[in-house]
Design a protein around this ligand. Structure first.
Ligand SMILES: [Zn+2]
Length: 139
């Protein structure tokens, strides 16, 4: 068993996604046929089956669509949050919200994306989200 198994089978779209993250750019595929945004990266549009997917920069803004607190022992870092974020562009992605306690993440809360190093896989980047209204007053 190897963690690389998935990327070995399908190196294309995921590697491109990682490539942009490495440049500090958050991009999603957008279908040229039906204009839907697509996540996770793939070869065919899940909405219409077209293979004309183009990488477009996205705002990184979204709202919490669902949230779960995953219990973890304190010595391993304490509980953490797993959330599905619905992006402004319409795609949903599984991620987590940082900067506030895991149980304070609420459905519908405005968040914005940040690219960080994947703690589990050196050289890989992941996207996490921060609450947008931390300072208050600038919606
Ligand atoms: Zn499509």
């Amino acid at each position: 068993m190897s963690a690389d198994h998935d990327t070995m089978i399908n190196p294309g779209p995921d590697m491109q996604f990682q490539h942009f993250l490495g440049l500090g750019e958050f991009r999603l595929q957008q279908c040229s046929s039906c204009n839907e945004y697509v996540f996770y990266p793939r070869v065919l549009c899940p909405h219409c089956g077209s293979d004309e997917l183009e990488w477009q920069p996205v705002s990184g803004k979204g709202v919490v669509y669902s949230t779960t607190v995953v219990r973890r022992r304190e010595e391993k870092g304490g509980p953490y949050n797993v959330a599905i974020i619905e992006l402004e562009e319409g795609a949903r992605m599984m991620s987590r919200v940082e900067g506030i306690a895991a149980e304070q993440v609420t459905i519908g809360a405005a968040v914005s994306a940040r690219i960080i190093d994947d703690a589990k896989t050196p050289g890989r980047k992941v996207i996490v989200f921060d609450p947008q209204n931390a300072g208050g007053g600038n919606n």
